[in-house]
Design a protein around this ligand. Structure first.
Ligand code: PLP
Length: 388
């Protein structure tokens, strides 16, 4: 059976060109970038070339990019680094209630260390009101962290508006752009951010590598201590093959992004329309327009997300209930609850995230299989019987 992968927000397949670019760095070009002889300089040259590509994609300068082990480390570095470097100025942080766990759990850690965190609510479409951000700022606020787009329900947040507010107030502004970099235009100056997290495996690069953009002059405490790599901002020998793969993936997405976003938006809208037409008691989660081109998140009443997933899997379809990171947890998604969904509705949600290899025929297959799966499950559903 041909499998159909519709979970690109969890991770993307590594682009074959990125794999090809990485291979020499597992072989002959194995040098340590900190070594001064030619092996080292070859590796150093490769990671600097990748840095130029990553910086160019987001309108940054090369020296403002620090490689990390992925989006989670970039988020931890940004939040802990800014909090600890600026605690003499204040202890207040503003974030949203729909952030990825990499931000939420870091905020909880910081609360246990004496920081105070405001978790802003969102409206029914998952949008943050920038006036709420303005009102939450106090003379103790040192950092605002709001994600660029949500990984579960795809809503794109008004980052440029919040950026202006943060700048006026003289407060550092971080955005988790793991789901947007490489998918929609991201420019650190247009967004007005001081810190921005990204991850290679969400844009057809390898897993275990990412970067934090740090605007020149931003005060951050180093997160990893040891050697002098990354201008002393992140110790440890660089993941050379991973970084080279990241750079290649960035080069490729940059060339294709505009057309690809248009193609995926069309497929996304086709899938949403088809699902809402063919399955009754189904609702779209997230913003209808201000959403990622590749994200479809629906709640299907009277059935459980996990049961739908398992049945889809039997038919070769891979999707997700909420985020991959929380899919092993039985707790309803904090993001869907923040939109005002009941725990039952949150449990009955499915996320399809489309990508480079998604075709119209695959969308057609979902529209054929899911209504059948839902009818079968509803026929056995105690949830539906108690509703009747
Ligand atoms: N932030 C967001 C919005 C994400 O979607 C993810 C991954 O799911 C992460 C952070 C974590 O990134 P990584 O898997 O590279 O640590």
């Amino acid at each position: 059976m041909k499998r159909i992968y519709l979970d690109y927000a969890a991770t993307t397949p590594t682009h074959p060109e990125a794999v090809k670019a990485m291979l020499p760095y597992f072989g002959d070009a194995f040098g340590n970038p900190s070594s001064i002889y030619s092996y080292g300089q070859e590796a150093k040259g490769a990671i600097e070339e990748a840095r130029e590509k990553v910086a160019a994609l987001i309108g940054a300068r090369d020296e403002e990019i620090v490689y990390t082990s992925g989006g989670t480390e970039a988020d931890n570095f940004a939040l802990k680094g800014a909090a600890f470097a600026n605690e003499s100025r204040g202890n207040h942080i503003i974030t949203s209630s729909i952030e990825h766990h990499a931000v939420i759990e870091t905020c909880k850690f910081l609360e246990r260390r004496g920081f105070s965190v405001t978790y802003l609510p969102v409206d029914e479409h998952g949008l943050i009101d920038s006036d709420d951000v303005r009102r939450a700022i106090t003379d103790k606020t040192i950092l605002i962290s709001v994600m660029h787009a949500n990984n579960e329900m795809g809503t794109i947040e008004p980052i440029a508006e919040i950026g202006k507010i943060a700048k006026e107030a003289g407060v550092y502004f971080h955005t988790d752009a793991v789901q947007t970099v490489g998918h929609i235009p991201v420019d650190v100056n247009e967004l007005g951010v001081d810190l921005l997290s990204m991850s290679a495996h969400k844009l057809y690069g390898p897993k275990g590598v990412g970067a934090l953009y740090i605007r020149k002059g931003t005060k951050l405490v180093a997160f990893m201590h040891g050697g002098e790599q990354e201008r002393r901002r992140r110790a440890s020998t660089e993941n050379v093959p991973g970084i080279v793969g990241f750079g290649k993936a960035v080069e490729l997405v940059r060339q294709e992004m505009g057309e690809e976003a248009e193609r995926l938006t069309h497929l996304r809208d086709q899938l949403v329309k088809g699902l809402l037409e063919r399955i009754d008691h189904t609702h779209l989660n997230g913003h209808p327009i201000m959403r990622l081109p590749n994200n479809v998140n629906v709640s299907v009443d009277y059935v459980e997300g996990e049961s739908m997933l398992l049945n889809l899997d039997l038919e070769g379809l891979c999707a997700s209930t909420g985020s991959a990171c929380s899919s092993s947890s039985l707790e309803p998604s904090h993001v869907l609850l923040a939109l005002g969904l009941s725990p039952e509705q949150a449990h009955g949600s499915l996320r399809f995230s489309l990508g480079k290899w998604t075709s119209e025929a695959e969308i057609g297959r979902v529209l054929e299989v899911l209504p059948r799966v839902v009818s079968k499950l509803r026929a056995m559903s105690p949830l539906l019987k108690s509703h009747k």
